[in-house]
Design a protein around this ligand. Structure first.
Ligand SMILES: [Zn+2]
Length: 240
């Protein structure tokens, strides 16, 4: 195979690959998988926020419980001092007033704790829901992937065959030709190469002027179209 025929075949292979990949990507399972990926990303961000909130509430609860334990300990201490009957009336009054104030603080902490526990319950429920949803998304993703793999097996087999052929074709091209081809592919959306049918390039179809035509057929097999600047394969052998 000459370099120019490898190049023309490479373009055919690439156009077929492009069509196959487009078909694969447009399969309903792929669209669902893309939606699942987005949903997973969104859920992961939500879950991170929910877990952060739950941890904050747990810290709040631990602080509340520590304060509560401290108040209970101080209360026990003050009660003990009240029971030591060596106190003066004034000291007793002072201790009683401390106990009243401690009881208020204890009550307030217990009231707050009820609220914290309620919020913790809500956060835990939200977290459990989010984790359950994450699991459902994973299950759905696995099901869609399996369905896609089943339904796309033929198309993917075609892709593999073409990719293998492509490797062989690329190996037959010079580095320069390949670089030019890659750049032209990007520029012309895959239609990088045209061939000459008599004096008309196959893609842009602008008839070559005789002088240009004569110059081109005497030049290298792979050149550039003077009009559209695609790669142009000139079949020299017909004129030799
Ligand atoms: Zn052209």
């Amino acid at each position: 195979m000459t370099e120019s025929s490898s190049l023309l075949r490479l373009q055919e292979v690439d156009l077929q690959l492009m069509r196959l990949r487009k078909t694969l990507s447009a399969m309903p399972q792929q669209e669902k998988l893309r939606a699942i990926t987005l949903a997973k990303r969104k859920l992961a961000a939500q879950l991170k926020q929910i877990v952060g909130q739950r941890k904050d509430i747990e810290t709040e609860l631990a602080d509340n419980q520590a304060d509560h334990a401290k108040i209970l300990a101080i209360t026990a201490e003050v009660r003990e001092r009240v029971s030591e009957r060596v106190q003066s009336y004034r000291q007793i009054q002072d201790l009683e007033s401390q106990l009243t104030s401690l009881a208020k603080r204890q009550e307030k902490l217990e009231f707050t704790q009820t609220d914290i526990l309620q919020r913790l319950g809500q956060a835990q429920k939200a977290e459990a829901n989010a984790r359950a949803l994450a699991q459902r998304l994973l299950d759905e993703e696995a099901a869609q992937t399996e369905s896609y793999e089943h339904d796309s097996a033929d198309l993917r087999a075609q892709v593999r065959v073409l990719e293998q052929e492509r490797e062989g074709l690329v190996a037959q091209l010079s580095g320069d030709t390949l670089d030019t081809y890659d750049a032209a592919c990007k520029r012309f959306g895959g239609l990088a190469v045209e061939s000459l049918a008599s004096n008309v390039p196959s893609t842009c179809r602008v008839k070559l002027q005789p002088a240009i035509y004569q110059r081109l057929v005497r030049g290298p097999q792979i050149t550039e179209c003077p009009y559209c600047h695609r790669m142009l394969v000139v079949e020299q052998r017909d004129f030799e």
